[in-house]
Write a protein that binds this ligand. Structure first.
Ligand code: ADP
Length: 490
């Protein structure tokens, strides 16, 4: 029997994306569809979403949700079956989904995402909608789980942590406006360090918790990675599961990628040279025999970008060059721009977000640098592997689950796909960059790494099946009425 899932999320590719969360939310519906799970995605009505929404139908003409004028509108966009929280006061804002034009969080983010959670619970609690399960993602959707729990709803909730570092914490003053029972403001509830954490709300309330790689599922039980939630994760350990993300193997296919000057596959890797020249031109780099490293990343401490910034002089001294595409902390942006000014022709930097350029870098650079301090799953290493752009990455989270380090044993067995290092320090990074540069000099060995990486299957097939198994295990199993006429079309 088809299972109906309401996926609650604050971004979904290609409509709105700031990172891996958007990629995953956009890919999940198609990943589970072959296993008889039908996903409807509940998403805020940002301008980009409202513009793309087709076949609109008002599901609920509500006066308000938590006091904010809102209605719920179903429709489709970019192949996704959606229900949109149409609340212009909260969501009809240009720029990013979370921040104002100055780059700061909107001060009413607590209300914006509490409304998302309340809308999710209202839909799930309406038998006419026929949902068997709610799947909520990250702190922005954490309140969905809390409302369902405190309403004693029959529909269960799975909560996925894409990044435990964002607690969605707000001061206690907001609590009354959430309209939860008073007892919810407690350790056994949504209270966290004297305020309210939407992430805690999700972790405490959900029937099951997943995170986006098996290694990260282990790591978040520890103080180093748990960001204060390790105690709660440990208590709930029997209900914590790690399912590695897949990637969109159609959008990310070097043989058909229209963004590339020269598409290629594992048998025509020489074509990458044309793409590399394109990058060199675009970034004003000199040609060289040394490796061309690229970075496609948020520029933050999580991504180890301060460590890379501290290692740029040595990297250039080794004969390497860097092309960097990213944006984030102003200090890090400035550090890379300064490094580029110090090393003209060797380091090229583009501050910003550019989907097309991100494909071009993967399709032409020799290696991608990912020195993350922690990485719940990480997608760029999988894109790199698929594109023959060898990942050089920290051994953490999803990076250690998806890359096989080129140590002697792996090289001689022909299974290596990249480079992993343990301590995110300039020394350790440099040591690994030296290893990578040396192996780059051995063309046959390097090609072996590329070919091996390109063989790996990172499609959603396996992960889609795992999510569906979990959905079935936790879904509501009692009989329910068939969806009424107002039900959402997919
Ligand atoms: P996170 O979600 O922590 O940022 P992931 O590796 O899981 O990291 O996902 C990042 C996604 O965002 C990838 O699809 C990556 O290609 C993309 N990305 C990151 N920075 C940029 C950028 N500056 N321009 C284009 N795409 C980017």
């Amino acid at each position: 029997m088809t299972m109906r899932v309401l996926s609650v999320v604050s971004e979904a590719y290609p409509l709105v994306k700031t990172g891996g969360l958007g990629d995953v939310a956009g890919a999940l519906p198609a990943a589970v569809a072959p296993h008889d799970a039908q996903v409807t995605t509940l998403i805020p009505g940002y301008p980009a979403v409202m513009k793309a929404l087709e076949r609109r139908e008002v599901v609920r003409p509500l006066a308000d949700i938590l006091g904010a004028p809102a209605r719920l509108v179903s429709g489709t966009a970019a192949g996704l079956g959606l229900i949109v929280v149409d609340a212009p006061e909260l969501f009809a804002r240009e720029v990013g989904p979370y921040t104002n034009p100055a780059g700061n969080d909107w001060t009413d983010n607590w209300l914006r995402f509490a409304v998302l959670g309340r809308a999710a619970a209202d839909l799930a609690e309406d038998p006419a909608q026929g949902f068997d399960l709610v799947h909520a993602h990250d702190w922005q959707a954490g309140m969905a789980a809390a409302y369902l729990r405190f309403d004693h709803a029959a529909v269960p909730c799975i909560f996925t942590i894409h990044n435990i570092a964002f607690p969605g914490w707000f001061p206690a003053e907001i609590f009354p406006a959430l309209r939860l029972p008073a007892r919810a403001f407690a350790m056994e509830g949504v209270e966290y360090y004297g305020g309210v954490s939407f992430l805690k709300a999700g972790l405490w309330s959900a029937d099951a918790i997943t995170t986006v790689s098996p290694t990260y599922a282990e790591e978040i039980r520890t103080k180093q990675y748990g960001m204060g939630f390790e105690g709660l994760i440990a208590v709930r350990a029997e209900r914590v599961f790690g399912i590695v993300n897949g990637i969109d193997v159609e959008a990310w296919n070097p043989a058909t990628d229209a963004n590339l000057a020269a598409p290629y596959d594992a048998r025509s890797l020489h074509q990458r040279r044309i793409n590399k020249r394109g990058i060199e031109t675009a970034f004003g780099l000199q040609e060289s025999n040394g490796p061309l490293f690229c970075v496609v990343s948020r520029l933050t401490a999580q991504k180890g970008m301060d460590v890379l910034a501290a290692a740029t002089d040595e990297l250039v001294a080794l004969g390497g060059r860097i092309t960097l595409l990213g944006s984030g902390d102003a200090k890090l942006e400035a550090a890379f721009e300064t490094a580029a000014a110090r090393h003209p022709g060797k380091i090229g930097v583009k501050i910003g977000y550019d989907e097309v350029l991100s494909h071009r870098l993967q399709g032409g650079a020799d290696a991608i640098l990912i020195p993350s301090r922690f990485e719940p799953c990480g997608l760029t290493q999988m894109y790199g592997l698929r594109y023959g752009c060898v990942p050089v990455a920290a051994r953490t989270g999803g990076l250690s689950d998806t890359i096989i380090d080129a140590n002697e044993a792996a090289l001689s067995a022909g299974v290596a796909t990249g480079f992993l290092f343990d301590d995110v320090t300039p020394q350790s990074l440099m040591h690994t960059l030296a290893r990578a540069t040396a192996l780059f000099g051995d063309r046959k060995a390097w090609r072996g790494l590329q070919e091996q990486g390109m063989k790996a299957d990172f499609s959603w097939a396996r992960s889609g099946q795992k999510y569906t198994e979990l959905y079935r295990r936790f879904a509501k199993h009692d009989a329910r009425p068939a969806p009424s006429k107002t039900a959402v079309r997919n």
